[in-house]
Design a protein around this ligand. Structure first.
Ligand code: COA
Length: 630
């Protein structure tokens, strides 16, 4: 029984104010009880669509071969039919046939480091802390974030969150209930996720040390702003010296960390300290200045700070990456968070950030002066967590520092605001803004590399119970045809225009199918996993060039919408790929781009140039042609 099901076992029903759907409140978890189950798409439909998405990555001979393999897989009595039946049986018995498998395989069983490879960064609107009072401003802003987050938690606990919607559909809200008090603990082959939403403390990280700070009283009331500021001052006062960066162990490959974890908790003092971290609602990291990493602008510095903290010379030891939410407050006003991805996707985290920013704007400077003097604080309100290191742990820390610093050197990012237009102008052109941006991303890739790139976009499947994501394979034949025509100097504007409309339309249709649980990647994943679990020889469809190349996602992209001027960012999925996350706002679009230095052919700054050009060229093409029609 995993923790989702433990949570599900205690259920009472209720209503959400202002909505006409009746909802289930499940021990602090709100679910729409009329959300449908994630479907298993018909095999034939998935295979037809699959062939469309592998075509751009194969030559005609390879495509003929793949078509034959797919035909055999889907033939009556073939392995596809058997696996489909098994999957349908599973779906009939489960609330969601995918969710446990996805959690275990995409997240908890994933062995690469959380840093860069899994945990995204979210950059809040940049602030400017005055040099003469940096520490005060840092602490005051951290206190505001804590209060805003606790206010959001209050809404969750009281089941008062307005249910999210996609178009007219209500979305599954369970991810919100896993944001606070959640931790991922490393295991030898698979990690574990545990939840402590009733905790009343947070952890403040400063100078690589960790302090427990009580923020909620026994009666459920939250610390007053002035007492919270005092508590943060105290936490800083008792962590003035820089400690060995034990937190850096959480940046390691998960197997390596699980070995070091066992060593670490062999000491009972360390075990106690880690228990306190595990139970905390979230971390707040008061960072020192970032090392010089050659970032092109402040947005990029902030993004790197959120993603890896600048490595062992920076703030990476001032983190506990296993914790779901870590708010980060930099010295000069770079503010944001990083989150461990297994409990939730970006949108609920972005909604939380919007709430915090709104809360902070309302709060202003009111009541943020330290209240009690430090000596008057209750002794047990702020507590330094002790760690002791044996020689093996010391060695593990040194290795983690070395490994992380290599990763830090490898990751390069370019984050920026595209200023020419945003969602509003695109809507005026009567096109889907998201599909427009996706086609522009593919065009940017095509322009640099002279070939299409396998392209992942996340689609939310939260219309379904316990839904997470599906892949939108944005590299569709129609998109590729548009890209090559757009770059053909001999092609007419009329052709380019009609192919662009076609590309946007095809992408939008795929996106709609994906959010309706009719994508292909999760379905193929389920069939493949069943083949492995049932001891079957892996069907050749999963070993073929078409499968391998179309899944080597050189473009890992996602829209994470937020009301405030922020953006999310993450590393590329493959060494020769790009990460691209964007927040389309009314009149601008924020982008977080990443690439790896180990690949000589991918540079995020070059991608930015190509992307901006693609966005502008496509916009002009649409605008001029629509104008001509009027
Ligand atoms: N003409 C005019 N307006 C249009 C239009 C058209 N042809 N097509 C769409 N629009 C409007 C929409 O109505 C919508 O309006 P709104 O802002 O008033 O709601 C707006 O443009 C945006 O729509 P669109 O750009 O098509 O995309 P979307 O918002 O539906 O998003 C996905 C598409 C796939 C990104 C979204 O469904 C999704 O799944 N998001 C979650 C992704 C995720 O989980 N990421 C995190 C992974 S960690």
């Amino acid at each position: 029984m995993n923790f989702f099901h433990k949570l599900l076992s205690r259920t009472v029903s209720g209503k959400v104010k202002g909505n006409d759907v009746s909802l289930l409140f499940t021990n602090g978890r709100m679910l729409s009880n009329n959300l449908p189950k994630l479907p298993v798409p018909p095999l034939k439909k998935t295979l037809e669509k699959y062939l469309r998405t592998v075509k751009p990555h194969l030559n005609p001979d390879e495509f003929r071969n793949t078509t034959e393999i797919v035909k055999n897989f889907g033939a009556p009595g073939g392995s596809g039919e058997k696996l489909q039946k098994m999957l349908e049986d599973r779906a009939a018995k489960k609330e969601n046939w995918l969710s446990e498998w996805w959690l275990d395989n995409a997240y908890l069983g994933y062995r690469l480091p959380l840093v860069v490879y899994s945990s995204p960064g979210l950059v809040f609107p940049l602030r400017n802390f005055r040099k003469e009072s940096v520490m005060e401003e840092q602490i005051e802003f951290a206190a505001k974030i804590i209060l805003g987050a606790l206010d959001f938690k209050k809404l969750i606990d009281g089941n008062q969150l307005e249910p999210d919607k996609l178009g007219e559909s209500y979305l599954d809200m369970s991810q919100y209930y896993r944001l606070f008090g959640t931790i991922r603990t490393p295991g030898p082959n698979c990690d574990e996720l545990t939840l402590n939403p009733d905790s009343r403390h947070i952890i403040v990280a400063h100078n690589n040390q960790f302090c427990k700070v009580d923020v909620i009283h026994k009666d459920g009331s939250i610390l007053t702003p002035e007492n919270l500021v005092s508590a943060l001052f105290k936490a800083v006062a008792i962590t003035t010296h820089v400690s060995p960066p034990v937190g850096i162990l959480t940046t390691q490959n998960r197997n390596t960390w699980s070995w070091a974890y066992a060593e670490l908790i062999a000491n009972p003092d360390n075990q106690l300290s880690i228990e306190v971290i595990k139970k905390a609602l979230f971390l707040v990291c008061l960072d020192k200045e970032m090392p010089e990493l050659g970032a092109p602008n402040r947005q990029t510095v902030a993004a790197l700070q959120m993603i890896h903290g600048g490595g062992s010379f920076g703030n990476a030891g001032n983190r506990w990456y296993d914790k779901t939410i870590q708010f980060i407050v930099g010295m000069t006003g770079e503010v944001g968070l990083t989150y461990e991805h297994s409990p939730a996707e970006g949108p609920p985290v972005a909604t939380m950030m919007d709430h915090i920013m709104q809360f902070i704007n309302k709060l202003g400077h009111q009541g943020m002066e330290p209240g009690d003097t430090i000596s008057h604080l209750r002794k047990d309100g702020v507590e330094l967590l002790e760690f002791k290191f044996n020689s093996d742990v010391k060695k593990a820390i040194e290795i983690a520092k070395r490994d992380l610093d290599m990763l830090v050197k490898d990751l390069e990012m370019t984050c920026f605001t595209f200023e020419d237009f945003g969602k509003s102008s695109l809507k005026t052109l009567r096109i889907s803004p998201d599909s427009f941006i996706q086609v522009a991303i593919q065009l940017a890739f095509f322009r640099i590399h002279g070939e299409p790139g396998a392209h992942y976009e996340s689609a939310s499947t939260r219309k379904f119970k316990d839904g997470r994501t599906e892949t939108i394979r944005s590299c569709l034949p129609e998109v590729v045809t548009f890209c090559s025509t757009m770059l053909d100097t001999k092609a007419s504007d009329k052709d380019k225009y009609s192919l662009l409309l076609d590309a946007i339309d095809c992408h939008k249709r795929y996106a709609i199918e994906a959010v309706n649980g009719e994508g292909i990647d999760r379905h193929l994943f389920g069939l493949k996993l069943l083949a492995i679990k049932s001891g079957m020889d892996l069907p050749s469809i999963f070993l073929d060039h078409g499968y391998v190349r179309s899944s080597h996602m050189r473009l890992s992209t996602s829209q994470v919408n937020a009301k405030c001027d922020s953006f999310m960012c993450f590393g590329p999925l493959v060494p020769d790929g790009y990460g691209c996350c964007y927040n389309p706002r009314k009149t601008t679009i924020n982008f977080g781009l990443s690439a790896f230095n180990c690949s000589p052919t991918t540079h995020s700054s070059q991608f930015r140039e190509s992307l901006e050009r693609s966005l502008r060229d496509m916009y002009t093409l649409l605008f001029e042609n629509q104008k001509a029609k009027l």
